[in-house]
Design a protein around this ligand. Sequence first.
Ligand code: CTP
Length: 414
Amino acid sequence: MVSHTIVLGVGGGIAAYKAASLLRLFTEAGHSVTVVPTEAATRFVGVATWEALSGHSVTNSVFDMVEKVNHVQLGQQADLIVVAPATADLLAKAANGRADDLLTTTLLMARGPVLFSPAMHTEMWRHPATQDNIARLRAHGAHVLDPAVGRLTGKDSGPGRLPEAEDIFAASMALLDGTVAPGIEPGSLDGRQVVITAGGTREPLDPVRFLGNRSSGKQGVALAAAALAAGARVTLIAAHLEVPTPAGAAVVGVETALELREATLAAAADADVVIMAAAVADFRPATSAATKIKKRDDVADPVITLVRNPDILAELGATRATRQAGQLIVGFAAETGDDGGSVLDYARAKLERKGADLLVVNEVGGGKVFGQDSNQVTILARGSTEQAQAAGSKDQVAAAVVALVASRLAAAHG
Ligand code: CTP
């Protein structure tokens, strides 16, 4: 595996402690990491922690290690600079080219990609000043992840959480050319167009309510990062996600199954691979009220009538002849076994019924899979009794799926 030189900038927010997990992911993947915390960050996590975990001296002063011209050298030598958490103040400084400590000078000296992962309170995140700074950083070529949505420092919640270390790691790896999760061969999907659906659809009942599901979108986003790392151009059709999208993917946001169908069929027209990782609602309310449904004592309580949504995977399978020959269609199945058949019996029947080429089968039940970081799957291939297993994190599952897709495309195209 290629070892890279990474600078991990840490801003002064409570999420600074999560950067320690990110640091571990980088070092365990064989990369050399120098941590540069801001002065405020060291009030949350001490220098000793960063030094022990990284194996490198840590400072934020431009007057330390002057003989090495540290404030110039760190940025010049870094293959990647990741700032996590990036506070509102740090984003403001970086957007304006301030250079009053080691981290900000290093950011000005960057030669490689720079990734900011902001974390702050929702109000600060939404403030036009912060949004202007982010737009400016992006215009300068930096990558900025969206914060995750969820519980913040206090009792409040909303967008502003630092994404999970695994997600920042995946986004970082996608930026480092040729550096990929184990099992992915760089270049194995070069020139390929891959469409991936991710997340859970939301079917409106009225302007404020919807029927949804527990999908976090983690598996679909991990697949997108893995496909990008393998060299593909990726279109991510994103229903509701709880994780940030990977830098480098063309993202099409959708809400409902019908919107997801339209976006997927359009993107599939010239795709080599379509991966249906989204949790698509099988049913939607027959009607969606134009105004909020009110409780009223003089009227009976509402009854929701559901109608069937189209099965997009089955439609892709049935209409494959209208698109480019050799397009690979990959489905996901969440199954439980019962007296009528095992998980794999049901999955094989689903693979044939939906006309997919590959089916990634999760065994569900007992709180398994939805929203969790780990996953265990069996991958079935149509017209073959062969099956592959992948165990471990959603990144590892994604790597296994991408490897299988790449080898099937290579076999088909010679
Ligand atoms: N899928 C789809 N359109 C739908 C429902 C599901 O394209 N309306 C896709 C999912 O993205 C997934 C696959 O079909 O790739 C399997 O989903 P699953 O919910 O397991 O299939 P169902 O046919 O809904 O399963 P069940 O047998 O439980 O009805």
